[in-house]
Structures are given as structure tokens and as C-alpha cells.
Write a protein that binds this ligand. Structure first.
Ligand SMILES: C[S@@+](CC[C@H](N)C(=O)[O-])C[C@H]1O[C@@H](n2cnc3c(N)ncnc32)[C@H](O)[C@@H]1O
Length: 359
């Protein structure tokens, strides 16, 4: 039943009854509470929303990933049936740009079984209208794939999965929690430290008050998908803001109307995200027995795939838009824009050589 209480009131009631909750529980409620979660509400993307993503900046982003996919499909000897899964497809823009390019490869369209994994009903509607010609199926879980390899794309999906935070104190690492003080939501720490062996070696000797973040949800998703790729063949391409190796540091952030916002205020109306620990995702993929590439920056990846040439061709075809195309290209690859902050991760069947990762 749809409660008349705001999500904030529901969270406060839960804390008052059960005590403080972990950051992961809080983040999960804020983002995907069945009726009042941030990702159950209106379209969050674009100028009128809270943030903008690479595919919404330029068609070049998806087109280059389309070439990337065709290359991988050809390396796999052009299977007559394969699954293409996108995690968190947003407005469907990225997949529409990908498939406009990729379906020009003879045989690709006929072999394609398109799968989408999405939690937001409004965005699902937009995906349906943009992608229905490709006959997509929306997955509730990662089961029931068609025969053949599985190719997986995720842009800014993993950063939206809940994280836990631990803080180093003299007696060990304590979990950071959300509690109540004088009726207001506040951060606090669990009274008892966690067993030190629960932490990776990379953080064990950190200084006092250091914060360590871990997303068990992201690790679990990567583990399940990697096992599928190990069984059926294929590749996973994930692009997100994050760091290449597991490390300490606090990155949980709130964003509202294109500006940073307090994480504890307006639950369900603020986007919450954290930088992705690609080192942990590499570990999950390797444990499942598939190969991984060293993480590269989005700028290097797109430049290697030929964004310079694609921008040139688009500008020649649309001279009146040449300046906009240059600005979009710079935004995607320049170091002081998205080029360095965003990283590209790839895990794949052994033997494949994914383009864009040459050192
Ligand atoms: C930041 S948006 C990125 C959208 C799109 N990939 C893009 O680049 O424009 C995150 C996407 O993941 C979806 N999402 C977030 N959490 C999810 C979850 N737990 N399960 C499924 N989809 C989720 C959102 O609804 C949205 O489509």
C-alpha cells in the first residue's frame, strides 16, 4: 500500500523503532524504495533533471560502443544468436545509438536478442518507445538468457548500487550508520568494530578516521554476470566514475538539480551515488574464471576507438553543428571534464582482444 508518509518520515520511523541503519540500507531505500525511491520517480536525466550522462551528451559515445560490439561479435565468429544486455539503460539513448551502427553489420540484427535491466517505470517507457523495433525483453533478474554468448553494457549503473562505509578508529573499523539525534538524521558509528579480516589488505593499515567504502551489491552483480559469461561466452563493458584499484576515501555523494546536495536530506528526491571500485569488480570477474583488461580512462578508450575521426566526419556532414560536436567531443574525453574521472572496465571470455584497451 502507498503510505501517506514521505520516504524521510518512513526512514525516521524505521530508525526510531530498530536503531540506526547501515549506509547501504539507507541508500537502497532512497534509490529503489518501491514507490518513493529516487529511481522509481520521474526521469532524472537531462537539463530538467538532476544530471546528464555521456550518451545524452553525444551520439558519438553510443556509436563507438556499437563499433566495439561488432568487433567483439566478429571475434566470436559472428554467432547466429547472442544476448545483448544493458544494465540501467536510462532513456534508451545509448542502446539506440549502439544499434543504429551495429545493425549495419550483416547478420548482427538477426542474431540479436536484446535484454534490458531497469528499475524505473518512466525510463522503461522511454526505452520501449526508442527500442521496440529491436523487440527488447526486460529482465527481472539475470536468468533466462537465450542460447549463445552474452554481451553486457553498463554506463553509470554500478555507481547507483548501495555501498557500506567503514571508519578506522583506535579499536578497529566501525560501520558508519544513519541514526537520529534531536529528530534529525545524522551519521554515527556502530558501537562494535568489525573483524579486521573482513577488510582487504589494501586498506588494513589506514590512518585513523580513514573511510573505506565497499559495494557488496556491485560485487554480487559482477559475480553473477561473470559466471554467465564464463558459461556462455561473451564480454562485459562497464563505464563509470571510479578508481582502478581498491583504496580508501569517501565518495558517497548527493546530486539534485545539477548541484551537490546533502546525502541525508530529501530522501528519494536526491540522486545518491558513489565512485565504483573497479579493483573489486576485477576481482569478482577473475574469481568467476574470465579475463579482465586493465582499467583505462574514458578519454583514452574513446580516442582509441576513433572519436576524433568520428567527430571530424560528423562535422563535415553537418558543418553548422561543428562547434557543438567539438564541445561534445571535448566534454567526453578531456582530462578536466569526463575524460579522466570516468573509467572503462572490461571482462571477457579468454581469447578475445577487446578494442580500446591497448597500452
Ligand atoms: C545514472 S542512470 C544512467 C542511465 C544510462 N545508462 C545513461 O548513461 O544515460 C542509472 C540507470 O540505472 C537504473 N538503475 C539504478 N538502480 C537500478 C537498479 N537497482 N536496478 C536496475 N536499474 C537501476 C536507473 O533507473 C537508470 O536507468
Amino acid at each position: 500500500m502507498n503510505s501517506p508518509l514521505t520516504l524521510g518520515q518512513q526512514i525516521d520511523t524505521q530508525i526510531a523503532a530498530n536503531g540506526p541503519m547501515s549506509i547501504a540500507t539507507y541508500m537502497g531505500l532512497c534509490l529503489t524504495h518501491p514507490t518513493k525511491g529516487y529511481y522509481k520517480g520521474p526521469d532524472p536525466l537531462g537539463a530538467k533533471g538532476d544530471f546528464i550522462t555521456a550518451p545524452e551528451i553525444s551520439q558519438m559515445f553510443g556509436e563507438l560502443i556499437g563499433f566495439w560490439l561488432v568487433n567483439i561479435w566478429q571475434q566470436m565468429d559472428e554467432p547466429k544468436s547472442f544476448n545483448l544486455l544493458e544494465l540501467g539503460p536510462g532513456r534508451g539513448t545509448l542502446m539506440a545509438d549502439i544499434l543504429r551502427v551495429a545493425c549495419r553489420a550483416p547478420g548482427f540484427r538477426d542474431a540479436l536478442k536484446l535484454k534490458l535491466f531497469e528499475t524505473n517505470p518512466v525510463l522503461t517507457g522511454q526505452q520501449r518507445s526508442r527500442l521496440e523495433v529491436y523487440d527488447p525483453k526486460w529482465l527481472e533478474n539475470f536468468e533466462n538468457f537465450d542460447e549463445g554468448p552474452i554481451l553486457i553494457i553498463a554506463n553509470e549503473f554500478f555507481d547507483a548500487l548501495p555501498i557500506r562505509q567503514f571508519v578506522r578508529k583506535p579499536d578497529g573499523w566501525h560501520e558508519r550508520q544513519v541514526g537520529l539525534a534531536d529528530g534529525k538524521r545524522v551519521f554515527g558509528l556502530s558501537p562494535t568494530p568489525i573483524p579486521p579480516e573482513a577488510l582487504p589488505d589494501a586498506v588494513a593499515s589506514a590512518e585513523l578516521d580513514t573511510v573505506y567504502e565497499v559495494s557488496f551489491a556491485a560485487g554480487e552483480v559482477m559475480s553473477v554476470l561473470s559466471k554467465l559469461v564464463a558459461r556462455q561466452g561473451g564480454a562485459i563493458l562497464a563505464i563509470d566514475y571510479g578508481y582502478a584499484e581498491t583504496r580508501t576515501g569517501e565518495t558517497l555523494q548527493g546530486v539534485r538539480n545539477h548541484a551537490y546536495a546533502d546525502v541525508l536530506e530529501n530522501p528519494g528526491e536526491t540522486d545518491l551515488s558513489a565512485h565504483v571500485d573497479f579493483g573489486a569488480l576485477i576481482g569478482a570477474a577473475r574469481l568467476a574464471g574470465i579475463a579482465t583488461q586493465p582499467v583505462v580512462t574514458q578519454g583514452d578508450f574513446l580516442l582509441q576507438l576513433g572519436i576524433g575521426e568520428r567527430a571530424g566526419a560528423l562535422s563535415r556532414a553537418n558543418p553548422g553543428s561543428a562547434e557543438d560536436i567539438r564541445i561534445a567531443r571535448d566534454r567526453l574525453v578531456n582530462e578536466d571534464q569526463m575524460g579522466t574521472l570516468f573509467k572503462v572496465f572490461c571482462a571477457h571470455s579468454p581469447g578475445l582482444i577487446p578494442p580500446g584497451f591497448a597500452s
